[in-house]
Design a binder for this molecule. Structure first.
Ligand code: AMP
Ligand code: ZN
Length: 466
């Protein structure tokens, strides 16, 4: 059986292949940069990363677009409260998000696109929807008339048929009880930032940005649209209503949604205050790869309960694999025998691949690897692990790590060598002599950040690792 995914739209597991030229056109909803992302958010982003990597492992090319929502209700509220422009307010959080992604080894999508850089295209789309009769104006805002789109509800599988026409909702986020005509373009309130456009002053609603950017970069029909489960309604339902009204074509063939990261049974979220940022966790001394492993280890359609014990177990699991890898690299193994062990590694590999093909069942894929590692360790202890099985065992670990990407320790990735330190120390002394104190200070800080302390003594500069 080949690759198959659960499709929220059809509520079935279906065979997957891209519609055209072996390239998967993938759109994922990115972060709203009003604050630091928490590890609940990163559960969704880790799922996108696994999806990318497994699609690639299965031989497909990728064209993946992710948006950065840099204008919405929360951003405007916070930016206005701090007296900052939208751009100034969102810059720091966008950078922090990308740094966190890098720490978690999340691949960058082929295109990372900002909502505020696509305002004219959104205005154009709203004009088109207006020409087609899908909108109405009220007090300077433009709304989508959901009664004009009889299929409204087909993704979240809710019958909205009996709804009151003309009732509308202005906020970007709302729940099913509030399913009404939603806002495409919002008139500015006193003191709020806005764009001056052909449809009047204002700013886009949240939903239109994804429709417009997805279609602009990926075409009218995406192969996969993915996001967190909470986006199914209203965000993705509204994206479908807008996009299909615009193009008359199916917007996305597959809809994939990641379940929540929970804390004591509740969704980890900003509003409940039960969240940890990646920074919080790293400060407690955990490695980013342990966080990555934990988030990846539970299949994306199962809720995952976050605990520090879980994080510790993740670190132990990674260690077990690193030790096995070390044994393979440095051990001495008998040249004779081995047929059965070659079969075993082939079986483990098949188990790994088939589990992932089955809607990315990461838990079963891990089980296949660990079962093999346990047996191989036992055989190594007994001196019966054959030399001929070393290369295929290493290939299995490589295949594992192309997806899970946890074997290389972060400390080693960030490590600074003695020669690098000496070079920076010399450059700092020269900068000081040249009275370039800013550069000298920056070097001291960089070294400090990388765990090296420098001291100026009468005998010269001394440095030591913290
Ligand atoms: P936001 O920055 O709030 O727009 O959220 C970014 C992404 O994180 C969305 O795809 C959400 O569905 C997802 N998300 C938010 N909270 C959680 C959670 N506790 N577990 C998993 N995903 C989440
Ligand atoms: Zn979106």
């Amino acid at each position: 059986m080949g690759l198959r995914f659960y499709n929220t739209l059809t509520q079935r597991v279906e065979d997957f292949a891209p519609a055209r030229d072996n390239t998967v056109r993938l759109y994922t909803c990115g972060p709203t940069v009003y604050s630091y992302a928490h590890i609940g958010n990163f559960r969704s982003f880790t799922f996108f990363d696994l999806l990318r990597r497994w699609l690639r492992a299965r031989g497909f090319g990728l064209d993946h677009v992710m948006n950065i929502t840099d204008v919405d209700d929360k951003i405007i509220r916070n930016a206005v409260a701090e007296g900052k422009s939208l751009a100034d307010y969102t810059r720091a959080y966008t950078e922090a998000f990308l740094e966190d992604c890098a720490k978690l080894r999340l691949e960058q999508p082929e295109r990372l696109v900002k909502a505020t850089e696509h305002i004219p295209q959104m205005v154009h789309a709203i004009e088109t929807l207006r020409d087609k009769g899908f909108t109405y104006d009220s007090d300077g805002s433009v709304y989508y008339r959901i009664q004009k789109f009889p299929e409204y509800g087909k993704l979240s599988h809710i019958d909205f048929g009996g709804m009151r026409a003309g009732a509308r909702v202005d906020v970007d986020e709302y729940d099913k009880a509030d399913a009404r005509d939603f806002v495409l373009w919002k008139a500015p309130k006193e003191g709020e930032p806005f764009w001056e456009t052909g449809i009047g002053p204002g700013r886009p609603g949240w939903h239109i940005e994804c429709s417009v950017m997805a279609i602009e970069y990926l075409g009218e029909t995406l192969d996969i649209h993915a996001g967190g489960i909470d986006l199914t309604f209203p965000h993705h339902e509204n994206e479908i209503a807008q996009s299909e009204a615009l193009t008359g074509k199916q917007f996305a063939r597959f809809w994939m949604h990641a379940e929540f990261l929970l804390v004591e049974g509740q969704k980890m979220s900003k509003s409940l205050g039960n969240f940890y940022t990646l920074r919080d966790i790293l400060e407690r001394g955990y490695a980013p790869e342990a966080v990555r492993y934990l988030l990846a280890s539970v299949p994306y359609r199962k809720a995952l309960n976050f605990t520090f014990d879980g994080l510790k177990s993740a670190a132990v699991a990674i260690d077990r694999l690193r030790n096995f890898q070390l044994r393979l690299e440095s051990g001495r193994f008998p040249e004779n025998g081995g047929g059965a062990f070659l079969d075993r590694v082939a079986e483990a590999r098949r188990g790994f691949e088939e589990s992932l093909d089955d809607d990315l069942n990461t838990a079963e894929a891990l089980a296949a690897v660990f079962e093999y590692v346990r047996e191989a360790n036992t055989a190594m202890d007994a001196g019966t692990f054959p030399a001929a099985a070393v290369a295929p065992a290493r290939a299995l670990l490589e295949e594992f790590d192309a997806l899970f990407d946890v074997l290389k320790p972060t400390a080693a990735v960030d490590a600074i060598s003695d020669t690098e330190i000496e070079t920076l120390v010399t450059e700092r002394s020269q900068s000081k002599k040249a009275r370039n104190f800013a550069r000298a200070d920056a070097i001291r800080q960089e070294l400090l950040d990388r765990g090296v302390v420098i001291e100026d003594t009468r005998e010269g500069v001394r440095w030591k690792r913290k």
